[in-house]
Design a protein. Structure first.
Length: 226
């Protein structure tokens, strides 16, 4: 358990760096942007591998019985969350988390102006439902709480950074997924969303049908269906 919480603490610390502009700018100033992104990506992957390894080493303590409908929930939520994360990272979005710097808002923000954070939370919640054990609740519940807790901080930081431009940039968006659409704003599609959809489909096919999930995590998601 010590290893698990230590890994989670390192994971949270690493993913807090982008939320601290002064620290992030200082690191980029010393290393340069390419070196920062390569180093940050490598450290994030290493922390994630450590975290999953520590979680899998914990004792399996079931909390509820598993049924096929729970897997269906995961098959619906996990790809949706993955799509939002990938589309959010690939899209221009000064309102939230993105790897692209721009003063324009891309199409995915019509779904939610925080696609990466919501996507991570949706993906995590989907995995809680279909696992039903304590370590999964700790792992994926921690992911979901971290992502959802970052939304108000990201929102506040964007409002402060953008100033008077925030109202114009956020006009056709909403915090809650699909809320802007219900308010009458039409969904649009761009190349980043099309690419994210293609990548999501490829990943899901590999993970579910190609045995990728079983290879990486030792569990076959479709085994529950017999």
């Amino acid at each position: 358990m010590i290893s698990f919480f230590s890994a989670f603490a390192i994971f949270l610390l690493l993913h807090s760096i982008p939320a601290l502009p002064a620290i992030r700018a200082g690191i980029i100033g010393r290393l340069g942007r390419p070196a920062y992104f390569i180093g940050y990506s490598a450290a994030s992957v290493a922390a994630l591998v450590w975290l999953f390894s520590a979680a899998l080493s914990l004792d399996y303590i079931p909390l509820w019985d598993l049924h096929p409908w729970q897997a269906v929930v995961t098959f619906a939520l996990a790809p949706l969350g993955g799509f939002l994360v990938i589309a959010g990272l690939l899209s221009r979005n000064p309102l939230s988390v993105s790897v692209r710097s721009s003063e324009e808002v891309a199409a995915v923000a019509r779904i939610t102006r925080h696609p990466v954070l919501w996507g991570f939370a949706i993906w995590a919640v989907g995995h809680i439902v279909a696992n039903g054990d304590l370590r999964s609740v700790l792992l994926f519940g921690g992911f979901a709480m971290f992502a959802l807790g970052a939304i108000p901080m990201t929102e506040k930081r964007a409002r402060r950074r953008l100033g008077d431009r925030w109202s114009a940039l956020s006009r056709n968006t909403g915090i809650v997924p699909f809320a802007a659409m219900f308010a009458g704003h039409r969904l649009s599609v761009d190349r980043a969303m099309i690419l994210a959809f293609a990548v999501t489909v490829a990943l899901v096919c590999w993970l579910i049908l190609g045995g990728g999930h079983a290879m990486l995590f030792g569990a076959d998601p479709i085994a529950i269906f017999g």
